[in-house]
Write a protein that binds this ligand. Structure first.
Ligand SMILES: Cc1cc2nc3c(=O)[nH]c(=O)nc-3n(C[C@H](O)[C@H](O)[C@H](O)COP(=O)(O)O)c2cc1C
Length: 177
């Protein structure tokens, strides 16, 4: 349990990446971890585009720096795009729920698995919420109508110091019934 909490405690959004390339194998491990995530009806409604070619990484970074946000991304060494795929739910579930009903949660689980797997391998990650989806889709040859679950920047952290976590007080967040 302490290893588990330690990993969760060390994971933080990295906004300063070192000038050091990320090994292909480490990115592949992140994808393996994502694919171990739970999903509604085990539908696994995800696919991933791992961006590791330096020129492509630079192009994606440009379109993830909207409105002057996320300038640090020019130092990102890789990106992982989490894409939403059609979910095939169990027939009984499909009768009462839309096929994509669980998908957003499933993609969230996969996204966090990537961040934790990155951390476990000494990498830093940052989930990016503001980006030009259409431009990035075009660069990566992703069909324009495809929904993005997340864009995750990855690289070695320039500063390994773990910041204090800013979170709502636990007693305001959970109650035990
Ligand atoms: C959906 C989502 C979108 C986010 N978008 C950005 C972003 O565009 N830029 C950024 O620097 N951080 C972004 N973050 C990171 C959050 O700011 C961060 O997770 C939060 O402040 C908690 O800090 P921590 O991750 O260091 O624990 C995003 C996180 C999530 C989950």
């Amino acid at each position: 349990m302490s290893d588990f909490m330690d990993l969760f405690g060390r994971r933080q959004s990295c906004r300063k990446f070192a000038d050091r390339p990320v090994e292909h194998e480490k990115l592949a491990r992140c994808i393996e971890a994502a694919c171990l995530s739970p999903s509604g009806c085990n539908a696994q409604p995800w696919s991933f585009v791992v961006v590791e070619n330096p020129q492509t990484v630079a192009e994606v970074a440009v379109h993830a720096q909207q409105l002057n946000f996320n300038k640090f991304l020019s130092k990102s060494k890789a990106f992982i795009v989490v894409l939403e795929e059609h979910a095939v739910l169990a027939p009984a579930v499909r009768r009462i729920l839309d096929s994509q009903y669980f998908a957003k949660g499933d993609l969230g689980a996969a996204t966090f698995a990537i961040c934790l797997a990155a951390e476990a391998q000494g990498l830093g990650s940052c989930i990016i919420g503001i980006y030009d989806r259409e431009k990035i889709a075009e660069i990566l040859g992703i069909p324009i109508e495809k929904q993005f679950g997340a864009l995750i920047a990855i690289g070695y952290p320039a500063n390994p110091k773990v910041r204090k976590k800013i979170r709502k007080p636990l007693e305001e967040t959970a109650r035990y019934a």
